[in-house]
Design a protein around this ligand. Sequence first.
Ligand SMILES: C[S@@+](CC[C@H](N)C(=O)[O-])C[C@H]1O[C@@H](n2cnc3c(N)ncnc32)[C@H](O)[C@@H]1O
Length: 241
Amino acid sequence: MSKLDNTFGQQTVSQQQREEKIRRVFKLVAPRYDLMNDFMSFGTHRIWKRFFVNFIDFKSTDIIVDLAGGTGDIARKFVSKGANVIVVDPSVEMMRAGVEANSLQVVNVAAIGEKLPFADNSIDKLTISFGIRNMTSMSDALKEIHRVLKPDGQYYCLEFSRPMMPIRPFYNLYNQYIIPRLGALVAGQPEAYQYLIESIRRFPDQEEMKSLIEQAGFSKVTYRNLFFGIACIHIGSNESP
Ligand SMILES: C[S@@+](CC[C@H](N)C(=O)[O-])C[C@H]1O[C@@H](n2cnc3c(N)ncnc32)[C@H](O)[C@@H]1O
């Protein structure tokens, strides 16, 4: 079990309480989620997400699952490049916000990462962007991702990580003091954004994340830092080493 699996903010809670609270957070933030991302990251989340999608080589016949896909912005980027993508997310509110705000539609499926509605070895690529830290159980979700991927399938995860030293103190101050205030001003949800920041703060760093992915059964796990490690892409392969 990872250090995030039984916590919510600073409280220790049961898995069920954590799951219910996470659902509540995304129900609350859904209407302004994309707008808040632009404010909080000064638009850089768009650069990271574009880089992430362009980073991934896929064939037109590949089935890609974008887990924790939320409003579907990663999936839409893939669809514009000719990919077959399925968004999986338990928050109907997040997916609905994406449907209402966009003309380009994607396939949405309501499910959780810990119990994916796919057969063993059936998916070519599974992507997850800023979602793995919200799983009720990150270790169960990683094992489940490993189960559904084909033997030559790949897992790609874009997530906040531990920035390098010269910028780390500024980044921590920004997260601690500015984001909850922006959450209050723009989204009217300071507590929801407090949770999001807390989940970033407690999240495993690059090397810890790498070993969690390996523990789930992936081989050839590598990562690539973005913006001095503020964000990071982890890649895991299902191939035998
Ligand atoms: C921070 S948002 C990320 C949305 C989108 N991928 C992006 O990059 O903007 C996290 C998403 O994870 C979803 N989520 C929470 N718990 C989950 C779980 N157990 N399984 C799958 N998705 C989950 C939430 O509903 C939410 O849409």
